[in-house]
Design a protein around this ligand. Sequence first.
Ligand code: CTP
Length: 404
Amino acid sequence: MSLTGKHIIVGITGGIAAYKTATLVRLLVKSGAEVQVVMTPNAKEFICPVTLSTLSGKPVISEFFTANTGQWHSHVDLGLWADAMVIAPATASTIGKMANGIADNMLVTTYLSAKAPVFVAPAMDLDMMAHPSTTRNIALLRSYGNHIIEPAEGELASHLIGKGRMEEPENIVKVLDDFFKAGKPLAGKQVMVTAGPTYERIDPVRFIGNYSTGKMGYAIADEAARLGAKVVLISGPVAIKPTMPEVEVIEVESALEMYEQCQRHFGDSDIAIMSAAVADYAPAEVADKKIKREKEEIPQIRLVKNPDIAASLGKIKRPGQILVGFALETNDEEVNALDKLKRKNLDMIVMNSLRDAGAGFGTDTNKITLYSKDGQARKYPLKSKKETASDILDNIVGMVADKD
Ligand code: CTP
């Protein structure tokens, strides 16, 4: 089983389903995991700590200090020790605290310190579950990259029937097992991704930019992290965040800043995926004061060429490094994409055409054709950007396997 030797924090909160968590601890230990139970003070009203310390073979942690010795329990050390944290049952109150960083107990402080993936198994009455506040807090947890183990439908402690029953311990173990089992073909590889637009300053309040939202590049960064890679995401100004907490984001504004960061990180990268919509030109001079309207003459903005980041990396690429570019085209798609593939010394280019509905900037979908250096073309139907990222990475994983 993939759980053998894994360090798992089981967080228990004050809900009636806490009795089932004894079985969860037992099953995890049976699967070979080392389990540390952390309980909220309320959880102790529902299940006795002695049961859990006996099943896990470790004293249960609930307070910041052990009362009689004054020993401090380090949530930071616990957070680093864990390979996964699972909070089951997670009450509406704890979910709200986790979503909003209210660290008033050992469980929430440990959660905020945890570097490992976090799994949350909500359990509550159906009206609490359906309340907009709960929905919002669960959405926030998802946006932090936490995995929600959806509650099942059935008879609840209140005898009402609906959604809110904590998932069965056997199924929670399966979710964890599947997570650790999932293929990590990019483990040990570093992937650099560029994403979003660049902004080229005109004056303190204006810039030249484009409509890129970064969705495609962020989906690629998330997928690469999911496949086990260490990911450095060099991002222009966007309104989104990666879902995978492991992705390291380096924020830049201009093409020149993006160029510098790419030059800095490319050497350590095995794979670079250039999905940013880099501005080709920047104003030659940046006005230090706002350009005013009441001027005699209409101002002229003189432009200078930005560096071609992908091409600059193509020039210094070592054997074994994989460089992937994008081509967003409006016409002569194949000719333009193949020209860029060659000109920038890329190993693969992802072509999307603005002539295809659902492809390009701002959409949640994309329709791509992949051209590789060896002349192969692969056409994909319209898919979500997440699925598109997975298709792109499947091809890259194949290229890595050929090179290794
Ligand atoms: N690119 C880059 N640096 C630039 C311009 C583009 O790294 N200054 C990268 C993009 O991230 C993409 C690829 O090069 O991976 C192609 O970008 P695109 O804008 O389609 O091509 P350009 O070379 O700018 O050509 P054109 O604008 O004429 O189509």
